[in-house]
Design a protein around this ligand. Structure first.
Ligand code: UDP
Ligand code: MN
Length: 656
């Protein structure tokens, strides 16, 4: 018993000692933190950029709010954007000059190693390898285990982050520019650029590769700053480790938002804080090719209302391999308000210089975008009503064109963007995208919005139940004197087919005999695929129409047509010249529900898998009849229900 009692006393004493040690350690940490902050403040390069504390920081985050004057010192003579509630934002300016940075040995913080510039032994271009597989250098692991790690990294980030970690943060990309670009001369006095990079839960390797790639490729005299904006990320590596890393980079500022702003709000914040004359918005997983910035700045300098994009090359989400995009391309959108890059062949001209002329573009993607700062603000920045992510680049595109600006893709500028397999973060609900698109439709599309709503019924029903408010955007449109959507369609994007959507001749194409709808399994509308049948979706993605030219138009851009070279019905690009070939012409007989192919005078028939080869006036033949595959076929006309069709409108025309 006594022994036990003595043991207890000893344990209590030990406990006290441990507690004392713990308190001491905490006090030490506090002092170091204070010293570190002080050091950082002293590192701020010029008085014009003096920042002061205004908010108490959370323990793991150095949070400093800069004064509003500092923005003015950057040459801003613009009124602040009213759409921003800047008081709710926190900013970490981590300006450091390499010479002033402590020539520190690799530091350890948390589970990450931070290698400072120049710390790599003897290499001219040091590899900023950090985030080494949670503390260890990434190693190739044997077979299936390695695969598992990669699979879970894809789940987390939407791309193979393990593969990305193995690649230097400062890899160079191969030359992909047209040789004619090398002869281009750019003005000496190009405007300065602020590269604005918003991120939410970005992987360490891709984020830092983006930053280094900008620093390594943009000429110093043109790059005013890189603004990193943390849109309330949760990942630990984007907190103090990132602040620390950025503190050692020249000309990079880190701004943190305490509110999730979404891509548009975040970029507008970046714009309000930027000091450069031209804003270059860039996704947080990009890599720039040599010479990318100058051609963009040149085009904006020539016309401050011109918004420009580089050719967006692609980084493969699985292998991280770089793939050059075939020039010429331009950005467009379809009637479901989805954005695409499309090949844009122009007639070949003899002049070799014409191969590197910029291409006017009805829309530009969000990956990289250069825009004059004043023009951006005067045109209303990003629509503050847009949620998180999705379609904001389409809204900006329509607004820029309609309100006096223009857009183009500049071929001598190339930036690669990592195309994710899926978004690396969750959106709070599935309807975010629809809500953003509703704003576009209601603000900009006038009566043409009906065409959108009949192709996106979820948006239609959301709009009916919520009656979203776009009055602010409407008054902006008015005050800027913007043109209407008819002007946009006829002047900027005349190639977009305008559906007629006649009642009873448009909607889901319902087949009576199979109780299903015509469907295109080929995904987003690549031409050449066979048509099929599937359960009616009711979403609007099976929408088609029979127009007054007799074409059955399919797909969100209405650019694909029912076509039949033989027995099977497939989709082909619609003829661009009218009147179209009888191969593309159909006649709908309302009474019988038959759709008759004009060239062959055969009827459209739906076949279910294992169905009978021929229909014969409603009488199924014997069991010996060979079966056929599923799909849409041309067959001699009968009155079989598999040849009876109805166009079913999902959205009442008046409703939109
Ligand atoms: N982003 C952000 N806040 C958000 C959503 C996205 O700052 O709420 C950033 C994201 O980290 C990325 C950019 O916005 O840098 C565009 O998003 P993403 O790349 O996921 O879109 P995608 O290129 O796939 O359209
Ligand atoms: Mn992206």
């Amino acid at each position: 018993m006594r022994l036990w009692g003595r043991g207890r006393a000893l344990r209590q004493r030990m406990l006290c000692l441990w507690l004392l040690l713990l308190v001491l350690a905490l006090v030490m940490l506090g002092v170091t933190d204070l010293l570190y902050r002080d050091q950082n403040q002293r590192r701020v390069p010029s008085p014009s950029r003096s920042f002061h504390h205004r908010v108490h920081s959370p323990v793991d985050l150095e949070v400093i709010v800069d004064s509003r004057d500092s923005a003015a010192a950057g040459g801003l003579d613009l009124p602040p954007l009213t759409s921003l509630q800047e008081d709710q934002l926190l900013i970490v300016p981590s300006f450091a000059q390499r010479s002033r940075a402590t020539p520190a040995a690799p530091q350890k913080k948390g589970t990450y190693r931070v290698l400072l510039p120049g710390a790599n032994k003897g290499t001219a271009a040091p590899t900023f390898l950090t985030h080494g597989d949670k503390g260890k250098s990434p190693r190739v692991k044997p077979g299936s285990l390695q695969k598992d790690v990669e699979v879970s990294s894809v789940q987390k980030y939407g791309f193979n982050e393990v593969a990305s970690e193995r690649i230097s943060l400062r890899r160079g990309l191969p030359e992909a520019r047209n040789p004619a670009c090398m002869g281009e001369q750019y003005s000496e006095s190009l405007p300065s650029a602020s590269v604005v990079i918003c991120f939410h839960n970005e992987a360490w390797s891709t984020l830092l590769r983006t930053v280094h790639s900008v620093l390594d490729t943009a000429p110093k005299q043109h790059l005013r700053e890189v603004l990193l904006l943390d849109d309330l990320s949760q990942h630990g590596h984007l907190k103090s480790v990132l602040s620390e890393y950025v503190a050692h980079l020249d000309g990079v500022r880190l701004i943190r938002s305490t509110k999730r702003l979404g891509i548009g709000g975040c970029r507008s914040l970046g714009a309000a804080r930027a000091a450069g004359e031209v804003l270059v918005f860039m996704d947080s997983h990009c890599e720039c090719l040599k010479g990318w910035l100058e051609p963009l700045l040149e085009r904006v300098a020539q016309d401050r209302t011109r918004v420009v994009s580089p050719v967006m090359d692609v980084i493969d989400w699985q292998t991280l391999r770089y793939n050059a995009t075939q020039w010429p391309v331009r950005g467009v959108f379809d009637w479901r308000l989805d954005f695409h890059w499309e090949p844009y062949p122009r007639p070949k001209e003899k002049d070799s210089n014409s191969a590197i002329q910029p291409v006017r573009s009805p829309a530009l993607g969000g990956g990289v975008l250069a825009i004059d700062r004043h023009f951006f603000q005067s045109v209303g920045a990003y629509d503050p009503g847009m949620l998180l992510l999705g379609a904001e680049q389409i809204e900006l595109s329509i607004r820029v064109w309609s309100c006096g600006g223009s857009m183009e893709v500049v071929p001598c500028s190339r930036v690669a963007h990592l195309n994710h397999h899926h978004l690396p973060y969750l959106l709070p609900d599935q309807e975010v995208l629809q809500r953003n698109k509703i704003r576009i439709a209601d603000t900009w599309m006038d009566a043409y919005r009906k065409i959108y709503y009949s192709r996106d019924t979820l948006a239609h029903f959301i709009r009916q139940s919520e009656s979203p408010n776009v009055t602010e955007q409407e008054s902006l449109k008015k005050s800027l004197g913007c043109r209407n959507f008819h002007w946009f369609l006829t002047t900027v994007y005349p190639e977009l087919y305008i559906p007629q959507d006649r009642p009873a001749l448009s909607g889901e194409l319902y087949n009576v005999g199979t109780s299903s709808c015509a469907d295109y399994p080929g995904g987003k509308g690549q031409p050449g695929g066979a048509m099929n049948i599937a359960p009616c979706s009711g979403t609007g993605n099976q929408h088609c129409e029979l127009n007054s030219m007799g074409e059955v138009r399919w797909g969100p851009a209405g650019a694909l047509c029912f076509d039949s070279g033989g027995e099977k019905v497939a989709l082909s690009p619609c003829p661009t010249h009218q009147p179209s070939d009888s191969r593309f012409q159909w006649k709908y007989i309302k009474l019988s529900g038959q759709l008759v192919h004009q060239q062959s005078q055969l009827c459209l028939e739906a076949m279910k898998e294992g169905g009978l080869l021929h229909s014969d006036g409603g009488q199924e033949r014997g069991v010996n009849t060979p079966t056929t595959e599923k799909g849409l076929f041309l067959r001699p006309c009968t009155h079989h229900p598999r040849q009876q069709w109805h166009f079913e409108q999902l959205v009442a025309p008046k409703g939109a």
